[in-house]
Design a protein. Structure first.
Length: 256
């Protein structure tokens, strides 16, 4: 693995060693660099032993001194890698409910543990590998924000429409054991993961000593509207998760 260096900051340690844009950073102090988390974690040293692949494909080793955590590299993207897309098809997904014709970035479903740590995004753990899980524990990447929804494995599979959704619940105890603070989120769907299922989820989560918070968010999905409004409703294909009385309230608020 390596990451492409897009440019070099002037007067930086890297520029003084004639590192060129288009080179690839392979390792720092013997550690492979795959993305921004690896990079930020391992460059926090005054002396950096680097392995660089030059634009011509040849490998070069160099030592940078007095870096103070800033060797002078710049990369094509902040993550130094592609943003990871959500692999779920949750029954309450708000992105699936958005109207057509808006800017494309609004339709991107991210599910990236790096964004959870860096920007506070919530992740479902379904595209987190065992290796990435152990890296979080090793580097003490904390807190991690997790969209749990339910601690019932079978129900979680049904709600998220991902056959791995139940299995990865085992990652939560590992995070807890590793001292990683956890902020949990439960999107509550009426008649599905509320009531007894909600009680079970809360009891399971409260048992973790490193649970920092647990947010219960009522689902925004709504049932199919009366026929007269169906042509303008953007949520008609979503499951009916709310009371039929919603439509009376919706109509009154629309009129006002």
């Amino acid at each position: 693995m390596s990451v492409l260096i897009s440019s070099i900051k002037p007067h930086s340690p890297a520029s003084r060693h004639f590192v060129r844009a288009g080179s690839k950073l392979i390792s720092v102090n013997g550690h492979e660099i795959r993305d921004v988390l690896d990079y930020q974690f391992y460059i926090d040293e005054d002396i950096l032993d680097l392995v660089i692949e030059k634009p011509n494909g040849k490998t070069r080793k160099l030592r940078l001194k007095n870096c103070n955590g800033e060797p002078g590299f710049e990369f094509e993207t902040y993550l130094m890698d592609k943003q990871r897309r959500c692999a779920n098809n949750c029954i309450f997904c708000f992105i699936d409910q958005m109207p057509e014709g808006m800017r494309e970035s609004l339709y991107f479903k991210d599910d990236d543990s790096r964004l959870s740590f860096l920007f506070g995004n919530y992740i479902t753990l379904t595209n987190l590998s065992q290796r990435e899980l152990e890296r979080i524990v090793q580097m003490k990447i904390t807190p991690i924000n997790v969209s749990v929804h339910t601690t019932n494995p079978e129900l979680r599979v049904k709600m998220m429409k991902n056959r791995f959704a139940g299995e990865v619940l085992s990652f939560i105890p590992r995070l807890n054991e590793g001292g990683i603070q956890i902020n949990a989120q439960l999107v509550l769907c009426r008649g599905i993961n509320d009531g007894k299922e909600l009680e079970r989820s809360l009891e399971d989560l409260i048992a973790f000593e490193n649970l920092e918070s647990c947010a219960c968010v009522p689902a925004a999905s709504i049932p199919r509207p009366p026929t007269a409004w169906a042509s303008t409703c953007i949520r008609c294909a979503m499951p009916a998760l709310s009371s039929p009385a919603f439509w009376a309230v919706w109509a009154a608020s629309s009129i006002s």
